[in-house]
Design a protein around this ligand. Structure first.
Ligand SMILES: NC(=O)c1ccc[n+]([C@@H]2O[C@H](COP(=O)([O-])OP(=O)(O)OC[C@H]3O[C@@H](n4cnc5c(N)ncnc54)[C@H](OP(=O)(O)O)[C@@H]3O)[C@@H](O)[C@H]2O)c1
Length: 275
């Protein structure tokens, strides 16, 4: 049955490949990116490749939390129901380490944006059929420090990336518990997949982008995962396809999750009030 799907960060990499694959299967796909021209180009490209006219797009720079909030309100106004949300947009190596609001750029794009988007469009997700939310984690996960979350301290790109991915995973587990009617899965799509991110960070890759694309589509659609909400899928643990496995121990610590969520809400409130 045809589904309505939003893939964030689908102007490049595995997000773009995933959007294309969903379009080939005949679903209604919403592409998202930070650049209007690139979004328009990807929509045209996918339509041409698939003959699927139900491809639309949204633009929002996820390093700007107010832009994320505006996008979320736009989605609530324009989309009646969403069956699948893939929180894929992400950054690792960047030209600058801070956002214009002085937040850590990886924390903002990889974690806070996904948090705001998902929590705000909850009514749209709740109207979906057997809704699934897939959150892009990573093998890199490191204990989240409050000063990094608030932007008061700085660490190197690898460390802030790992903290952003553990934060996303911890919230993913919490969100799954809070919303048992939505299947929520955190996933490491595979390390060093052949995308812009891996090229910029390491100049090499270990696996094709298809490895990540295939697992995102599988987790989002396959009946096999209907009872896997609140879990973490590690695509490094097997070839061609990994398995459900343990995330970082902090993701199973309810006190740390509570603390993370309180700090997250504090940061978001102050950011959204400030501008
Ligand atoms: N590649 C890997 O080996 C690997 C491993 C583990 C996890 N992951 C995760 O998988 C996800 C996709 O990664 P990828 O390798 O496909 O990366 P990618 O090729 O660099 O694509 C990232 C996507 O996110 C978008 N994006 C970046 N910054 C943004 C911003 N400020 N606002 C809105 N959109 C933004 C990009 O837009 P532009 O087209 O404008 O750049 C692009 O569409 C990420 O969350 C990443 O952390 C990747």
């Amino acid at each position: 049955m045809s589904k309505t799907i939003l893939v964030t960060g689908s102007t490049d990499g595995i997000g773009k490949g995933t959007a294309l694959k969903f379009a080939q299967e005949g679903h209604t796909v919403y592409v998202h990116g930070r650049n209007q021209e690139k979004v328009n180009h990807v929509i045209a490209e996918i339509k041409k490749a698939t003959n699927n006219e139900n491809i639309k797009g949204f633009v929002a720079d996820f390093s700007d939390l107010n832009a994320v909030k505006k996008l979320s309100e736009q989605i609530k106004n324009e989309i009646l129901s969403l069956d699948i949300l893939i929180n894929n947009a992400g950054v690792f190596k960047t030209a600058v380490d801070k956002t214009k609001d002085n937040l850590d750029i990886r924390i903002a794009v990889n974690y806070l944006a996904a948090y705001i988007l998902t929590e705000t469009i909850l009514p749209v997700l709740e109207k979906g059929k057997a809704t699934r939310v897939i959150n892009l984690s990573s093998a890199a996960q490191s204990t989240v420090k409050k000063g990094i979350l608030t932007g008061d301290f700085s660490v190197n790109a690898s460390e802030s990336y790992a903290q952003s991915k553990l934060a996303l995973t911890m919230w993913s587990f919490h969100f799954a518990k809070q919303h048992p009617n939505i299947i929520t899965i955190a996933v490491n799509p595979g390390s060093l997949l052949n995308t812009k991110m891996a090229k910029e960070a390491y100049g090499e890759h270990w696996s094709s982008a298809d490895k990540g694309i295939d697992i995102l589509c599988d987790l989002a659609i396959s009946k096999e995962h209907l009872n896997k909400s609140g879990l973490y899928f590690d695509n490094d643990k097997g070839d061609p396809k990994g398995r459900f496995a343990n995330a970082h121990p902090d993701a199973y610590n309810s006190l740390l999750i509570e603390e993370l969520l309180a700090n997250t809400q504090e940061v978001i409130n102050s950011e959204l009030i400030r501008s």
